[in-house]
Design a protein around this ligand. Structure first.
Ligand SMILES: C[C@H](O)[C@H](O)CC(=O)C(=O)O
Ligand SMILES: [Mg+2]
Length: 395
């Protein structure tokens, strides 16, 4: 057997302007147009999520170089604080280890950060390192990550689209459209009426069979979410997403009982690790969990989360996360479709989800992606040299 390379150096960089921090968009983008959030109760932060700092972090780029000169990399949300954690804390667990030591390195990163980590930016950072490890291993072996995960269970991925224009997404061949909710509880009965009107208008445009979903981005309370779900039944809402703050497991368990029969409750994009998802699953909080591969602990942790979900008869439809999600979804029976976030400012065309940071990032065509689009070593993408990397810390 040929010798397994060891890890020579870990480097962390930052980048601004869209990409893995996909909320960091210019004025006029649908993703920052009066979307309901937990901050909407403060009128001064209602119109724009950037006004309360949704884009302060930027992108973290992790690069891992091995003794044979192979370089694996990954991007996630995290920016400078995450770069600090990689360089000053996590790099020690990688350098000198074998490129195959993924499970042990994950465990050491998680256990050594428990006293300040567990969720949020620390787990985003661990996810970024983990994804870069999988990318490196794929490049060392000359195999796509989906093959390293045990192989694909389907030849083609199917996508729903998230954006302001499900009607356009329907014409582009997607299987459904998820719209942002625009008005939160602080906008009262008038806001609720408008939310339902927007849904009704979209239902009229797309006809009776196209999936329509609402993304509430943690903005509601149980009473409002229940009334929204009940009102939305007349308009064939398929699921109500992330209605409540992620820590309110009890609220989700109650909401799942309150929604009309057949309507699904989904959540989890801001949840992390097998422990967080165990709580959601055991408490019967939702029908579909939506871990973000770049935020939940990376591929290594998502494999565990997915097995747990399967045993609870819950589907795993990862949130966003571009190629990191595509390679994973291809390999799981309980991930029958995937999300595509429409990053065009008017949601009127398909652009790569992490544009402009990656080169070779595949996109759905007619709402579908052939497995052959993923048949390149690692995650099959490269960093776009036109994006200027900063390395704020070294070790
Ligand atoms: C549209 C949502 O508010 C958010 O920006 C994206 C998201 O939650 C999702 O894609 O799901
Ligand atoms: Mg969402």
């Amino acid at each position: 057997m040929s010798q397994i390379p060891t890890i020579k150096q870990v480097r962390a960089y930052t980048l601004k302007g869209g990409g893995a921090d996909y909320h960091d968009q210019a004025d006029g983008h649908w993703i920052d147009d009066h979307i309901a959030t937990p901050m909407s109760k403060y009128p001064e932060f209602r119109q724009s999520r950037r006004s309360f700092g949704i884009n302060v972090l930027g992108t973290l780029v992790v690069e891992i170089e091995d003794s044979a000169g192979n370089v694996g990399f990954a991007v996630t949300t995290g920016g400078e604080p995450a770069a600090y954690i990689v360089e000053k804390h996590l790099a020690r667990f990688l350098e000198g280890a074998k490129v195959t030591d993924i499970e042990r390195i994950w465990d050491q990163m998680y256990l050594s950060t428990l006293y300040y980590g567990r969720k949020g930016i620390v787990i985003n950072t661990i996810s970024g390192v983990d994804l870069a490890m999988w990318d490196l291993l794929g490049k060392v072996r000359g195999e796509p990550v989906h093959q390293l995960l045990g192989g694909a269970v389907r030849d083609e991925l199917q996508f729903y689209a998230t954006g302001a224009r499900p009607d356009l997404a329907q014409n582009m061949g997607f299987i459904g459209g998820k719209m942002p909710l625009h008005h939160g509880p602080a906008e009262g009965e008038e806001g609720l009426r408008r939310n339902l009107e927007e849904l009704a208008t979209m239902r009229e445009r797309v006809g009776p069979d196209f999936w329509l979903m609402l993304d509430c981005w943690m903005s509601l309370d149980l009473n409002y979410a229940t009334r929204l779900a009940q009102g939305a039944q007349a308009h064939g809402l398929k699921w109500i997403e992330e209605a409540l703050p992620p820590d309110d497991y009890w609220g989700y368990a109650a909401l799942k009982k309150n929604v009309p029969t057949g309507m699904l409750v989904t959540t989890g994009e801001h949840e992390a690790t097998r422990w967080g998802f165990r709580q959601l699953l055991e408490m019967g909080c939702c029908d579909i969990i939506q871990p973000d591969v770049g935020w939940c602990g990376g591929i290594t942790e998502l494999l565990k989360i997915s097995a747990l979900a399967d045993a609870h008869q819950a589907l795993v439809i990862p949130h966003g996360s571009s190629v990191y999600s595509y390679h994973f979804v291809a390999t799981r029976h309980n991930s029958p479709f995937a999300e595509f976030l429409m990053m065009a400012p008017k949601a009127d065309e398909v652009v790569p989800m992490f544009h402009p940071q990656l080169l070779g990032e595949p996109v759905p065509v007619q709402g579908r992606m052939r497995l052959s689009a993923l048949d390149k070593p690692g995650f099959g993408v490269e960093l776009n040299p036109a994006c200027e990397l900063q390395r704020p810390y070294t070790h």
